[in-house]
Design a protein around this ligand. Structure first.
Ligand code: ADP
Ligand code: MG
Length: 360
């Protein structure tokens, strides 16, 4: 198995918009390690550099600076055919005129190992519970979107890859199919623990499939960690707001007498080295907001039940601020009601609004 190391890698592109040419720094000094057999998700908004980073990891793009190592060997020194990469793209990228059988077996045929293909296909079918064999005589035009992506995953896996790279492979599928495909892939990755990098803009997909998640913004990796770590311990406002549904509540405020003071809430102790009067943003996730008789009075604007979690999301408003609370389904609240809210002290996160950095 293979450990992948990305060391201070940068890549920029020249772009021409109208008559002006400019340079886009697509990947900006990224350093990451993907431990042998583990799955890393690269998560971030569209255009942040995820696909570029994946292509650098595959060696399909050459970095301007820095290097990519597979087990301490620079991939520059490994010929493309020997890198052992299985890639799955958003659109499957199947050969349009080939039956799936030929697509799936092509690499093994090149290697004179096509005899191994049927057994591997059978194994993949067995693990995923889909009848892959049934799909093998069809061309891409005779396959649904979901089936095409399954063939693309099988093609990548049949060749016994050392590294498995995915670029938003299920993003064109509808929600139900996406869920099924994710479960099948999870089973495959459990059964064949190949070092994998999974690019997605969907935090749910990232948390379901990956051991660790790298959150990217504008070419940079902002934070790497398990989902719950990013959720509970974001390093900055970007990660705090990107991770978690509903979005974390933010309250503007300032430091005064070593306490945080805001419009509605306040009086919470903060780090003693924060300057008196400094602006400080408070972040609180919905499940750390609760009803309390001595709490802040607010009016209910919207109620959304979350039946699977036996909870409801209650959006409230007071003095120009609004926030979302996650309350038990049993709590009797309706639109227009006045409720009293409290923030649980263990869920308070503080940020410097100028830099976005976490400060407590
Ligand atoms: P993502 O996959 O996160 O949506 P990309 O890696 O595709 O982001 O793109 C990152 C940035 O680099 C974008 O600004 C994009 O326009 C630019 N970019 C990517 N590939 C090229 C290219 N081949 N030529 C010019 N600009 C590119
Ligand atoms: Mg992309």
């Amino acid at each position: 198995m293979t450990t992948v190391s990305v060391m201070h890698v940068s890549k920029s592109f020249d772009q021409t918009v109208g008559l002006t040419a400019h340079t886009v720094l697509a990947v900006d000094d990224v350093t990451l390690t993907i431990a042998s057999g583990s799955v890393l998700a690269i998560l971030g908004p569209s255009g942040c550099g995820k696909s570029t980073l994946l292509r650098l990891i595959a060696g399909l793009l050459v970095p301007d600076r820095g290097e990519v190592l597979y087990d301490n060997v620079n991939i520059r020194d490994v010929p493309l055919m020997d890198r052992g990469i299985g890639m799955v793209f958003q659109d499957g990228a199947l050969m349009p005129h080939w039956e799936a059988r030929r697509t799936v077996g092509f690499f093994m045929w090149l290697r004179h190992r096509e005899a191994e293909v049927p057994e591997r296909v059978a194994r993949i079918s067995q693990i995923t519970g889909i009848g892959l064999e049934k799909l093998l005589d069809r061309r891409p035009s005779q396959l649904s979107g979901g089936e095409r992506q399954r063939v693309a995953v099988a093609r990548a896996l049949v060749r016994d890859p050392k590294i498995f790279l995915f670029d938003e492979p299920f993003s064109n599928l509808d929600a139900k199919l996406r869920g099924q495909a994710r479960v099948e892939l999870k089973r495959l990755l459990n059964e064949f623990p190949v070092t994998s990098v999974y690019v997605t803009h969907d935090q749910f997909e990232a948390s379901a499939l990956a051991h660790r998640i790298a959150v990217m913004r504008a070419g940079k990796v902002e934070q790497v960690g398990a989902y719950h770590h990013l959720y509970e311990n974001p390093v900055n406002l970007f990660v705090a707001t990107f991770i978690g549904t509903p979005t974390i509540n933010l309250f503007a405020g300032h430091a005064g007498e070593h306490q945080w003071q805001g419009v509605n809430f306040g009086g919470y102790p903060i780090r003693s080295d924060i300057d008196e009067g400094a602006s400080v943003t408070l972040g609180v996730r919905a499940e750390y907001c609760e009803l309390a008789d001595d709490g802040v009075e607010a009016r209910v604007g919207q109620v959304t039940p979350l039946f699977s979690e036996r909870a409801q999301l209650v959006e409230v408003e007071a003095r120009g601020e609004s926030w979302t609370m996650q309350l038990p389904l049993e709590a009797a609240v309706g639109v227009g009601d006045l409720v009293r809210c409290r923030l649980k002290p263990e869920g308070l996160l503080y940020f410097d609004p100028k830099t976005g950095r976490r400060i407590g």
